[in-house]
Design a protein around this ligand. Structure first.
Ligand SMILES: NC(=O)c1ccc[n+]([C@@H]2O[C@H](COP(=O)([O-])OP(=O)(O)OC[C@H]3O[C@@H](n4cnc5c(N)ncnc54)[C@H](OP(=O)(O)O)[C@@H]3O)[C@@H](O)[C@H]2O)c1
Length: 284
């Protein structure tokens, strides 16, 4: 399989390139500088240059809080930019795999969101990602994979932030009233390529299991990293941020499990791997 990864220098993009190569696929990851979602003509050139069979779009405007005051840019990248990625896939005769988010939901549910649950984003970022889903699905055979709470080696993420605070001897104050499923980028990369290899299309949810609060996740990070760190529980109201986040971000992964023929992985696997990677980096 020939796999082109847009956003190939990002946290998830790197994991997808690594996973594709580990399967013996021809994989090319393109950085923002090499392939800007906003430049349709230069993107289209990759159809002939690489002849992909699958295009995985990991590129996005991911600054959730900044998007509240930068709506135009968020939509230019996460909406119109996805249409350009779809055009590239269309020209190459490839399937587009678009990565989306739990932020398309309002988090008011009390049971896991199925793929067909009504969407109601709380933030500009969530709205722009929903627009990206529409643009992707306008192209026949496209696959949209919704996921959440990504962490992994390389890149800015919650696990790296918590470890940084622990190492600096700073207190960990973490919210208890947002529940979701942390998902490691290597695990999501495997899921994306399993789905692509099986020719899946439409919307599919993927998260690692089991649901936890950010607080409980931080407690586990602290325990595995150093054992003796206090984590202070706070509420979202005590920790205001420009963009609202869904309180409940659990997705129903039944469709993924049926297509892939396997259960989703526990997030603890990815956490152990990521902490081992961070430890190695710190000792270099
Ligand atoms: N992180 C999460 O918790 C999370 C949760 C759910 C879904 N997602 C989705 O997962 C995907 C991957 O996220 P990530 O965490 O890997 O994010 P990331 O590390 O921020 O990677 C995104 C990449 O996109 C690039 N990019 C930004 N604007 C671009 C443009 N106009 N053209 C081409 N590339 C551009 C960025 O490059 P520069 O940095 O050089 O601009 C960056 O390398 C995104 O679709 C995101 O919405 C993430």
């Amino acid at each position: 399989m020939r796999c082109l990864v847009l956003g190939g220098a990002g946290m998830l993009g790197r994991a997808v390139v690594a996973e594709a190569r580990s399967r013996g696929w021809a994989a090319l990851g393109l950085s923002h500088a090499q392939a800007d979602l906003g430049c349709r003509d230069s993107l289209l050139g990759w159809a002939e240059r690489f002849r992909p069979e699958v295009v995985v779009n990991c590129a996005a405007y991911t600054k959730v809080d900044a998007a509240e005051t930068d709506r135009e840019r968020a939509f230019a990248v996460n909406g119109a930019g996805v249409a350009n990625a779809a055009a590239l896939a269309g020209r190459a005769g490839a399937r587009l795999v678009q990565v989306s988010t739990d932020y398309v939901f309002d988090g008011e549910a009390r049971e896991p969101y199925r793929e067909d649950a009504p969407t109601a984003p709380l933030s500009v970022y969530g709205e722009s990602k929903l627009e990206g889903e529409r643009r992707a699905l306008a192209q026949e055979r496209s696959l949209v994979v919704r996921t959440s709470w990504l962490f992994g080696p390389r890149g800015h993420n919650f696990v790296a932030t918590m470890v940084g605070l622990i190492e600096a001897g700073r207190p960990l104050r973490v919210v208890t009233d947002q529940v979701g499923c942390p998902t490691s980028t290597p695990s999501l990369a495997r899921a994306l390529l399993d789905l692509a290899a099986r020719g899946a299309s439409g919307v599919v949810n993927y998260q690692d299991r089991e649901p936890v609060s950010w607080y409980a996740f931080a407690v586990e990070i602290a325990r595995l990293w150093s054992g003796a760190v206090e984590v202070i529980p706070v509420t979202s109201a005590e920790f205001p941020r420009p963009a609202r986040r869904p309180a409940y971000s659990v997705l129903d992964v039944g469709r993924f499990e049926t297509i892939a023929g396997r259960r989703v992985e526990p997030w603890t696997n990815g956490l152990v791997e990521t902490l081992a990677w961070l430890r190695k980096e710190r000792n270099r």
